[in-house]
Design a protein around this ligand. Structure first.
Ligand SMILES: Nc1nc2c(ncn2[C@@H]2O[C@H](COP(=O)(O)OP(=O)(O)OP(=O)(O)O)[C@@H](O)[C@H]2O)c(=O)[nH]1
Ligand SMILES: [Mg+2]
Length: 277
């Protein structure tokens, strides 16, 4: 989509420049004839003025077109087994996706959220492009493919099996939060602590504190060990104190969900904040 836009802007720009040069040479002769300008310097100045004005106009039009480009994608990220695919189907159909199969391909679709389709029968709603990126390490590069279109990220955390996976969960989250695109574009991230239907699931406060502690450790180890990645990684947090999510440039919120029980209201609200109706 970006490449198409870039191509059409480039071809549009070159045709604008062609027309502009024709237009300027025409103006040049007209200036000499009609205004009978003898002073070449004045004529050059007037022509330059017209050129600068037109270039400014072209720049403003292109900038406006790029700014107006809507990003309607929400990415579902998180470790394998956190419940992304289950969430995807809940959002789309309101149905429970049965099975414990690890996804090996991204699920992607552009749809009106099921709950809204039911609520607002007859009203036209804006569809959301939802992409479920599997947690399998081989598929993580897919994130970079979809990130430029993203207006929000839902990071699913397995609140039930949280402690054994703490390090991995924090590492993946750290990779996401330090991506230059996420930091610079201030892409909002929702941490969804899923599976709270189980009594042994951890609370979101506990999960937040553990993740902050683990990310603090990563901040120090990554600085000394991964110089090669520095180009794409942007440091997060404050230099003066331990890491807290509130120190990030982008908004990071945290909620508790149970996809299994259809308790995903907070995720739907977040998605609608990222992609307004
Ligand atoms: N108890 C409980 N189980 C859930 C919940 N959400 C999902 N599950 C179960 O967790 C398992 C993994 O869910 P998936 O949606 O396949 O996980 P995933 O994040 O897509 O995993 P990958 O595709 O491997 O990245 C499935 O057996 C789901 O039924 C929930 O809210 N509560
Ligand atoms: Mg899956």
């Amino acid at each position: 989509m970006d490449r198409d836009l870039g191509g059409s802007i480039a071809s549009g720009l070159s045709s604008v420049m062609d027309q502009l040069s024709q237009h300027l040479s025409q103006q040049w002769s007209e200036l000499q004839q009609h205004l009978n300008v003898k002073d070449e310097q004045t004529a050059v100045l007037v022509t330059l003025g017209v050129l600068v004005f037109t270039l400014l106009l072209v720049y403003l039009v292109i900038r406006g077109a790029l700014k107006g480009k809507k990003r309607d994608t929400v990415l579902l990220l998180g470790l394998s087994g956190a419940g992304k695919t289950a969430l995807y189907y809940q959002l789309r159909d309101g149905s429970l996706h049965q099975g414990t199969v690890t996804s090996m391909e991204a699920n992607e679709g552009r749809f009106v959220l099921n709950s809204e389709a039911k609520e607002k029968k007859g009203k036209k709603m804006k569809p959301v492009h939802v992409v479920d990126v599997p947690g399998h390490p081989r598929l993580k590069p897919k994130i970079d493919e979809f990130l430029p279109q993203a207006s929000g990220i839902v990071y699913m955390v397995d609140a039930l099996d949280f402690m054994p996976q703490l390090r991995q969960t924090a590492e993946y989250l750290y990779d996401v939060l330090t991506k230059a695109w996420v930091v610079k574009r201030k892409i909002p991230v929702l941490l969804a602590c899923n599976k709270i239907d189980k009594v042994t699931a951890h609370s979101m406060d506990f999960i937040r504190k553990q993740l902050e502690k683990e990310i603090e450790k990563l901040r120090t180890t990554r600085k000394t060990t991964s110089d090669a990645d520095v180009g794409t990684e942007i440091s997060i947090g404050s230099e003066t104190g331990p890491f807290q999510f509130t120190q990030c440039a982008n908004k990071i919120s945290i909620v508790e969900t149970s996809v299994l029980q259809g308790n995903i209201r907070d995720i739907e609200v977040f998605i609608r904040e990222c992609v307004p109706r």
